[in-house]
Design a protein around this ligand. Sequence first.
Ligand SMILES: [Zn+2]
Ligand SMILES: [Zn+2]
Length: 241
Amino acid sequence: MANPIRTLLNTLLELFYPSNCVGCGQPQDSGTFLCELCKATAPRIQPPFCRCCSRPFEGAIDGEFSCPNCEDRALAFDCVVSIYQAKGVLRDLIHRFKYGGHFHLRRVLTEYLLEAMQDSRLQATPVDCLVPVPLHPTRLRERGFNQAGALAEVLSKRARVPVLHCIERRLYTNTQTRFDRMERMLNLRNAFALRENSNVRGRHLVLLDDVITTGSTLHECALVLRAAGAESVRAVTVARG
Ligand SMILES: [Zn+2]
Ligand SMILES: [Zn+2]
């Protein structure tokens, strides 16, 4: 944990005030994490959206389609299921979870993942293991925890799917937010590798991350899993950046 005392305080607050909305802090009695007003600030993505990366498309398209971002490159994953935009309360929750020491928010964020796991693309074939996108050891020391790993642990218990920490991040990459898609892909090349003594041969895997932006990170991780003999590689994220 980045700050154990702050995390403990947050956990205690949550224990004593479980009925307050985690978005606005207002009391509510619905027994859910978020009040209706907060939840409405990050609505679910409606069709049509890209069947590969879940990117929404404005306009009328019938049936399945791929967006230009996916169409012109050979992606190593079968699909990324990401059914909410990272805006409004959801963007705020993810930020507080990753950078603000609000570790307890992993539970509400997992609710979004559980909903995504119901998507037909993830239900079509059984999932053998969840594979969280790893952080570089230096970044892990800075942040105190791996957000994808923390979410995978909670989702594992709720969805009854084991977690496999089988990828490691070898290269410390600079923050990618300034980069365009091509720069991100070059920046990430060979950043990931299969961990020693990991065996994914023949398995149906689902990569897990907090947010998808261009999909380059998930693509690079999927390449590693495919090369190691995984039968299928899909991915799930809390939201689209
Ligand atoms: Zn609220
Ligand atoms: Zn796409």
